[in-house]
Design a protein around this ligand. Sequence first.
Ligand code: DI6
Ligand code: FE
Length: 404
Amino acid sequence: MNTSLINARLVTCQPGYEGYQPSPLSKVVIKDGLIDAVGPMEQSIEDDDQSLSIDCEGKLLTPGFIDCHTHLIFAGQRSNEFEQRLNGQSYQDILNAGGGILSTVRETRKASHQELLDLALPRLDGLISSGVTSIEVKSGYGLTLEDELKMLRVAKDLSQHRAIKVSTTLLAAHTLPPEYSHRSDDYVDLICEEIIPHAAEHRLADSIDVFCESIGFNLSQTERIFKSAHQHGLPIKGHTEQLSNLGGSALAAKYSALSVDHIEYLDAIGVEAIARSGTVATLLPGAFYFLNEQQHPPIELLRAANVPMALATDLNPGTSPFANLLLMLNMGCTLFGLTPEEALRGVTCHAAKALGLSESRGQIAVGYEADFTLWDIQSPAELSYQFGVPILSSRIVDGVRIND
Ligand code: DI6
Ligand code: FE
């Protein structure tokens, strides 16, 4: 049976001016979970007589929101470090003293699959309440073969419990685990020779990520991991230029990265490199805000080079404990100077591209997956403008209306 969404004002997020202008009252016909036809209400669109109709009552319908960068799976919390930072210690000091990412690694290693799932679901519900229908989830708090795969399995399991589509990313190269202290190349061997092959073989990862930073992995280690990813048929992403400019983004571009993320310290050469490779620039204003960073990502250069910009929560316990994608639209505009249109594209069409899904998600267009978010607002700028007002009307995933 078909489903029709009727009386919807569409913001399609297709390329071009029209993609941001709300349409007159329209109808979307859905067949087998895909968009089959789109047109104004008065135009007769061929659809099945038995079609089920969902009346959108003149509300605004966007593509389902996509949070393309999260670290949703972890145990414990780090409010103590938040206090330490406010008492004068830096994020790097805390990591060097064995805290930071490593304190979450200790907690996550101890937790079972079920415990990690139970901890993740309330956070996922936060994202869902901000209109999200697809998420990316990274590993990176296990740092052993077994614990990294455990995290990826929990991520895959989320869609058994909520109406959510999940892309998984292996981030074994998040930080050096204590057992490899002073042996970082040996840990990179483990990643390349065991963890990536296993994750690929068991289809647990859709992409491979590296934290390329002085407190993470250097350029030659990052390149080895990118090469191994490609050998196993997996695309790459990078946490690059977050705290300094190492050239990780240009390296990622050389390996046709889907996205480079954070990129506050990205320079003109890096922008040129990612523009050539068609890599998405993923902006993470939650981490910038929470760490009280001063260095802004090079928005003007990215615009001038026509680099697609995505926007995501980076939801994690250390640098962005925020389970709400609408907050990132507001922060993207207020902190980084994005326009509300750029912010909206950042969580729809460009977020889809950052996951390698630009042909199937992130736009309201024939042939695309029937994932939508229905909003009780008049203009799309309201998505970036207000925060905390309950504007979500409902989500539709694969053509099915979800009552969250
Ligand atoms: N950059 C970040 O902001 C997060 N990971 C990364 O590579 C931080 C993760 C954490 O502090 O737990
Ligand atoms: Fe991150």
